[in-house]
Design a protein. Sequence first.
Length: 209
Amino acid sequence: MDRLDPALLRPGRIDMKIQYKLATKAQAAALFLRFYPIAQITLQIEKQLSLDAEKSTILGETEKAAIVHALSEKFAESIPDHEFSTAELQGYLLSCKREPEKAAAGASLWVEEEISQRNERKQREEQRIKTQQEKKASLEPRQLGRHVRFGNVTGGTQDVENISAIPTAIVPKPSLTAVKANSVEMLTGDKALIHNPQASVNALPSNGI
């Protein structure tokens, strides 16, 4: 919200502000119960009883609701408060569709894997930012003029690591039009660096310096 223009949040445009936080344990349990309605699921215990009795066995609604409620509490206990969004929890529950027992039993492992992946992504991002900063720092000396490539009309070029090693004359930019003896590839600030200043100064008008 802090990134929005205040004009978008003034009274008359937005009358009510509701803060959405990450899911709590209570919200996780409620989502579990909504995701597994007792009328549309078959519990593992029902399947096992059916195999043992060699006929379909259906638990009573009250008994079945109690089992699902216990599973929802077990699931909620595995979910830390304000750590995952309801969308993330729903994504996990979708992987255990119509299997509430599996969802409740595997929640702890899922939480551990998700947190581990988050930490790995955070470390990669920190390393990426650190690498960018180091690269930027290594380029600053070149941008400040410590490494200069210069040439002349004969086409020769030379790299100089220390700018103090170049004989230079400081002339205003507009006077560059009068300099014909040398070509300059780099400007620093509002001044131009010119190799072999004697020839360049002779080429300037009397008021050029």
